[in-house]
Ligand binder design. Sequence first.
Ligand SMILES: Cc1ncc(COP(=O)(O)O)c(C=O)c1O
Length: 376
Amino acid sequence: MIPVFKPAMGQEEIEAISQVIKSGWLGLGPKTEQFEKEFAEYLGVKYALALNSATAALHLALMVLAVKDREVITTPMTFVSTNHAILYNQGRPVFTDIETDTLNINPEEIKKNLTKKTKAIMAVHYGGQACRLEEIIKLAKDNNLSVVEDCAHACGGEYKGKKLGTFGDLACFSFHAVKNLATGDGGMIVTNNKEWHERLKKLRWLGINKDTWEREESEHKERGGYSWSYNVEELGFKYHMNDLNSALGLVQLAKLDKMNEKRRILAKRYDVLLKDVKEIELPVEKEYAKSSWHNYVIKTSARDRLNLFLADRGISTGVHYIPNNHYLIYQKYGEKTPAAEAVWTKLLTLPLYPDLAEDEQDSVINGLKDFFKGAN
Ligand SMILES: Cc1ncc(COP(=O)(O)O)c(C=O)c1O
């Protein structure tokens, strides 16, 4: 079977993990601190905090922004985590329509949905391609709103030459098993705001005002200080990353640009070899964006039959996403998103990952061509 996504892991990751096991410190510790430091440097932001998922990061981002009883502009074309984070914080999601070509939230539609209650905008960079950030940031500034970038797909992606995750007030990354940078599960929340960073540090560890690693370190330094003493200042969560995941993260971060380049080469190869198949529309990469090519999503009105046809040939494809306002828990939020409605039935995600071999990619391409030649 050719999967849709696959993590790119090797001997280096195995060695990094085994080093942590041998060190005897598996929890939140020095590897996590190092991962945070290197990740912040890679992006060019002041603060990065490693968490156990992007879902946790999104939850905490909206918690520091205090969206309770306020409206949050969001997209239906995302994984539910983006929108669950609004509900976790008792905010109201305002589903806002997307651009049909990039599948990103449409700034013109954002403008229409702004009200006195609006507090924040979720900018999900679908597939790793940047939203129209300049327009979104301007709307936020003009209306005194905050922007959270959901960079779950976008690790290493850029907008006008600058890394995604450096534009919003806060940005959230996912290191889930099939993401561009994979640690099994994991996430990162980044910001340039020191106060938020300090609060987030507590929130990710049950509200405790010192983490175990800091206590251990100070014990070594002070030899007998009150290393066991801490206070709990507010109700936090068990959301931090551990050193096993961070060790994987460090290896993956060092390889990220190379892995993304492999994705780019494969995406361009799909572009070239599929351009004559008139029944499908290929993904676009806008001039302002350098996509991280998390996924390669085609549009075709034969989506469901094609999905089954390729499955019979051992090729997995996926659908990203069912518009979130279709789900029962979101149906009561009434805003209409006609562009998302029109496009989602056509979306099909083809296999794309750094280790996808050319002959495997050829099988996908030939499968598509055979299907449209009438083999269907
Ligand atoms: C756009 C988007 N946001 C958030 C998430 C949540 O990421 P995690 O699985 O790390 O919680 C995902 C995961 O697939 C995603 O695709």
